[in-house]
Design a protein around this ligand. Structure first.
Ligand SMILES: [Zn+2]
Ligand SMILES: [Zn+2]
Length: 215
């Protein structure tokens, strides 16, 4: 049994990163996927809809995806902040990342728990949230799969992929992660990336220029 999930996108974050607010329509349990833009409009939505924010789920430890995690956690202290352990070193350096990019005002978030592909019982209402470890853009990058919806962070974009020239990045790893894991998923799955327009697994198999006729 699973229920309908509602998804709201906030694409106006640092470096154009998107924050997603998702919730189970039956139980009103909610999660935020990455938290990069100012928190007011999301807070308002949570209050208006009377949502119970259970989780702040981080796809990876780059500053543009965690910029507002600490502020959001202060507003919703019972929401648990989760990420993959292999990106903890990146998270600890978010202030350095920011200063290299000429961005100020970040506060390093604290993490309440670590996720990997063995994680079970991460749920929104009756819906399982599945963890897919997709290293390549960073060592600890993860995608979150909920029903027929994938939050792909900076691993897979609409007709593009995440860059691999940053700390911990590797082209062969991201290629393997996408081919061996994401492209094995149901083609009807909608992909909500960390930057830019949503897409589907089917569309990316056909049109993503990094894979082309390999698929
Ligand atoms: Zn990134
Ligand atoms: Zn990014």
């Amino acid at each position: 049994m699973s229920n309908e999930i509602d998804i709201k996108s906030y694409p106006n974050g640092i470096f154009g990163a998107t924050t997603y607010l998702i919730y189970d329509k039956k139980t009103l349990e909610a999660a935020i996927i990455d938290c990069t833009c100012s928190t007011e409009s999301i807070e308002q939505e949570i209050k208006n809809k009377k949502l119970n924010l259970k989780y702040i789920l981080i796809t990876h430890g780059h500053f543009d995806h965690v910029y507002c995690v600490k502020k959001m956690k202060e507003k919703f202290p019972s929401a648990l902040v989760f990420m993959h352990k292999d990106d903890l070193p990146l998270l600890k350096q978010v202030e350095v990342q920011c200063s290299m990019a000429g961005v100020d005002g970040i506060e390093t978030p604290c993490v309440d728990g670590l996720l990997d592909e063995k994680t079970q019982n991460l749920k929104l209402g009756e819906n399982d949230i599945k963890i897919i470890h997709t290293k390549g853009h960073s060592k600890g990058g993860i995608c979150y799969l909920i029903k027929d919806t994938l939050f792909s962070g900076d691993t897979l974009f609409c007709e593009s992929i995440g860059r691999c020239d940053l700390f911990g990045g590797s082209f062969s790893e991201i290629e393997q992660s996408i081919k061996q894991k994401l492209f094995k998923l149901d083609e009807n799955i909608t992909v909500y990336p960390g930057h830019g327009e949503k897409t589907t697994i089917e569309h990316e198999k056909k049109y993503n220029p990094y894979f082309g006729s390999n698929y």
